[in-house]
Design a protein around this ligand. Structure first.
Ligand code: M6R
Length: 610
């Protein structure tokens, strides 16, 4: 999704802006640009290529300056084209632009504002909602950019993070946040703005996380924040050790591959410091809240939604609490029946997903006050908005396809299951200790699955020529089949769908021919015999099965039946282990097809627009 970097300093800031954009590249974008104050004028360069190309253009134009803003754009309003790329300019005063602006988010009343500004004589050169804000600010400009921005945001409806500067006030960058993340980086006689602290890694580690409604004035030796009530406010300064190491690929070809192989470490870190199961793992008030609730509502999107679906199986069978799992973008607009005794659980890698945040706010507006998030980013809006939290320690995930974030979410959700079961008196101490032991063994068990990579690569070679695939699972492995199908379509662009295996005969079986690969998750659990019957239904129609089976499942290689044996059977935690080979299969199929694995087309890492 879009990214912002801005700076006001007494040195050339172009390398800082470019490096910041490079650090934000992983979020996905389709154009980029930079604007600087140079010798009394605003200058900009924009590109529909990668940031490296923009950097070359900057060098070619010999750009350097001490005040400026930069942006990576993920198109929403208007095609990915240079004229739609940010920064946008306004105010052709004496033939020269006066205002430069970058924006993340969506302005919902842009049509109305555009009509108004057109009537005032403004000409628009883009189809974006953003250009409207640039012209609005120029129209309201009274010689004080900070005051003007405070006035302008009162006219905006929707979500935004903004960074703006003005030709007439060259030592100042102003910004505003509503619904889209924005941070301030503090330096020594220089200050910075960015949509993510990661963009400023290596420049400053002193970070202020702005809150919704904040408007900010950034000067060389001054940072001034006004809150949503128009009152000056001091926000806490955090020392953030942004994971610069995350940007190193090491021996891997792609970040996705690196992140798949980091899972033993990520799971181990997530379990670190956990000596026993206690509700306190989720916050001081967790015991009281867990005691009070009588059901759970899980809200999430994409891969995080599938983590929620898996948790439903765990929580209902171990803690015996009813669970509903809802896609956040549906829930927020659905006329649902609220239950104040619900524990609302949001799951999010980024903690900034607009749909999940909106669903959480919607649940709260319906009177559901017990909120908990499983999140990978301690400083995110999701963590700030929820009463309770569990922070997964996956580390920065750069590949757009979620891998280590998913498996660590599952670990967090399993811990939640045990804590709930404990508070509700539904688990014995022995059983609890047994599960904890299994959790501790997970990093070793995952490493053993990762060693299957060469066998999976051989399968990926065959998959790469297919245009469709089916994924089957039963029970708590059905959400893992869904995740496997999402992974494959997202990075290899092979169309893939997942079904609970028993559902096949109710429709999807019509798709099965000798050209259809059917990936099957076949752990040796209580459903294995049922699953074997479903596999026979596929074989009888000529479908080719690719089966991940436990050693004792008695499923063997035969005509049309390819089997990879999982190193060990893992009981209730088996969904975590079965996720790994599906990640590897998608990754290697995508490599054979030559797609842009870490930045798949049309997708963004952190989806901060609705
Ligand atoms: O940051 P979040 O976990 O809230 O993101 C939710 C989805 O956008 C995300 O899981 C997406 O589906 C991934 N690209 C899947 O690999």
């Amino acid at each position: 999704m879009c990214g912002i970097v801005g700076a006001v300093a007494q040195r050339d800031i172009t390398p800082i802006l470019v490096e910041g954009l490079k650090r934000l590249e992983y979020r996905g974008y389709d154009s980029c640009g930079v604007a600087l104050y140079i010798n009394g004028q605003l200058k900009r360069t924009r590109s529909t290529q990668r940031v490296a190309e923009l950097e070359a253009l900057i060098k070619e134009d010999n750009f350097s300056g001490f005040t400026g803003i930069a942006h990576t754009r993920w198109a929403t309003h208007g095609a990915p084209a240079t004229h739609n790329a940010h920064p946008h300019f306004s105010g052709q005063d004496k033939g020269e632009p006066r205002i430069a602006l970058v924006h993340n988010g969506i302005i919902e009343n842009h049509d109305e504002l555009r009509d108004e500004l057109k009537a005032l004589g403004y000409a628009f050169e883009s189809q974006t909602d953003t250009e409207v804000i640039a012209h609005l600010i120029n129209h309201l400009y009274n010689g004080d950019l900070f005051e003007t921005l405070q006035q302008a945001v009162r006219r905006l409806e929707g979500a935004y993070a903004l960074a703006v500067f003005c030709r007439d006030e060259p030592h100042r960058v102003v910004g505003a946040r509503q619904g889209s993340p924005l941070v301030v980086g503090l330096g020594n006689n220089e200050n910075f703005l960015a949509s993510d602290a990661l963009a400023l890694a290596g420049t400053t580690d002193q970070i202020i996380y702005l809150e919704d409604g904040d408007v900010i004035d950034l000067q060389l030796s001054k940072v001034w924040i006004i809150d949503s009530h128009g009152k000056p406010v001091e926000r806490r300064v955090h020392t953030v050790h942004a994971h610069t190491a995350a940007a190193d690929l090491g021996p891997y070809r792609h970040y996705m591959q690196k992140e798949i192989f980091e899972q033993p470490r990520a799971v181990g870190d997530t379990l670190q410091d956990i000596d026993n199961i206690t509700p306190d793992l989720f916050g001081d008030d967790a015991y009281k809240i867990f005691k009070d609730i009588d059901n759970i509502l899980i809200l999430a999107c994409g891969t995080s939604f599938y983590a929620g679906l898996t948790a439903k199986y765990w929580i209902e069978s171990i803690a015996r609490i009813p669970v509903n799992v809802e896609i956040a973008s549906e829930y927020r607009y659905r006329d649902s029946v609220p239950n104040p005794k619900s524990l609302v659980v949001t799951i999010s890698q980024s903690g900034e997903t607009a749909d999940t945040l909106a669903a959480l706010k919607h649940a709260r507006s319906l009177g559901m006050e017990h909120t908990l998030t499983i999140c990978n980013v301690q400083t995110s809006a999701m963590v700030r908005e929820c009463k309770l939290n569990f922070i997964t320690r996956a580390g920065v995930e750069i590949g757009v396809a979620s891998t280590k974030a998913f498996t660590t979410q599952l670990v967090g959700l399993f811990l939640l299951t045990l804590a709930l079961a404990q508070v509700k008196g539904r688990i014995s101490e022995e059983k609890e200790a047994d599960y904890l032991k299994q959790l501790r063994h997970l990093p070793t068990a995952i490493s053993a699955v990762l060693a299957l990579e060469p066998q999976i690569m051989a399968w990926a070679d065959r998959f790469a020529s297919k245009e469709n695939a089916l994924f089957l699972g039963r029970g708590m492995h059905y959400p893992i089949a869904l995740e496997g199908a999402l992974k494959l379509k997202e990075i290899s662009y092979i169309h893939a769908e997942a079904y609970p295996a028993g559902e096949l005969k109710h429709g999807p079986l019509a798709l099965v021919t000798e050209h259809m690969p059917v990936v099957t998750i076949a752990p040796n659990d209580e459903l294995i015999e049922k699953l074997k019957s479903n596999m026979q239904e596929v074989r009888a129609r000529g479908g080719e099965l690719y089966v991940f089976a436990d050693n004792d499942s008695k499923i063997v290689n035969s005509e049309g039946m390819h089997v990879i044996r999982m190193p060990e059977h893992y009981g209730k935690l088996s969904p975590i282990l079965h996720t790994i080979p599906l990640q590897l299969l998608s990754y290697h199929a995508a490599c054979v097809r030559g797609t842009d694995v870490d930045k798949p087309r049309n997708l963004a890492k952190s989806v901060t627009v609705e």
